[in-house]
Design a binder for this molecule. Structure first.
Ligand code: DGI
Ligand code: FE
Ligand code: FE
Length: 198
């Protein structure tokens, strides 16, 4: 007796994704999907849509640097010097294209949440915030300072959790002497300012 499939689109995407990512990255994606669904329930967003966005947020991680570059440039999306020199940034933009082409996602809110999931941006939509923070706090993530505090905060004050995650990421990038994208800093400043005003 087969199990009851309650969300065919999710199941179809999940199976396809499993074939294109490493096991570790696939497990991370499932963790982000579940966490995004929980956050959606908390903040009054459609949990199925959040779960699908979470599942697919890293769908371009299986591509190599050249494939990502060509895909993004081929779509007419501008690639900054920062993105050219730090290709780990590009999987977000490439991911929104892969989600559209390979996973048949047409929902612009989902595509946008994938597009912005790595750097965030000032004034994110609720779904963009959910995916940004779910990526950070999902259960399979480990060894991040203040993770327990950010996990709890995500369910009480999502703006504050975004600011905390951004601050941590910037500190980590500085410690590792990595180049920091302007938009990563802008995201932090925007959310830090927002929580100070609240
Ligand atoms: O794809 P994940 O590992 O799940 O998480 P992610 O999409 O947040 O990507 C994290 C990577 O992106 C991590 O290696 C840090 C990097 N990153 C985020 N913002 C910046 C950045 N790397 C650089 N060089 N500059 C940034 O501003
Ligand atoms: Fe990512
Ligand atoms: Fe991720």
């Amino acid at each position: 007796m087969g199990s009851i499939v309650i969300d065919e689109q999710y199941e179809k995407c999940r199976k396809l994704l499993r074939e294109s990512l490493s096991h570790k990255r696939y497990m991370h994606s499932l963790g982000v999907a579940d966490t995004a669904a929980c956050l959606a329930m908390r903040y009054g967003y459609d949990p199925r849509k959040a779960r699908l966005a979470g599942l697919l947020h890293d769908c371009a991680k299986g591509l190599d640097q050249k494939e990502m570059y060509e895909k993004v440039a081929g779509a007419g999306i501008e690639i900054s010097v920062m993105e050219r020199d730090n290709p780990e940034l590009l999987h977000a933009k490439a991911g929104s294209l892969v989600a559209r082409e390979k996973y048949d996602i047409e929902d612009e809110e989902i595509l946008s949440s994938i597009y912005w999931h790595t750097t965030g941006k000032p004034g994110m939509t609720l779904l963009e915030e959910i995916i940004f923070i779910a990526d950070y706090i999902e259960p399979n993530r480990s060894t991040i300072p203040s993770l327990d505090e950010i996990r709890a905060t995500a369910f009480t004050d999502i703006d504050k959790a975004v600011a905390m995650a951004c601050r941590n990421s910037i500190e980590y990038l500085k410690r590792d002497s990595k180049q920091i994208d302007r938009i990563t800093v802008d995201t932090y400043e925007y959310y830090d300012d927002r929580i100070r005003r609240s």
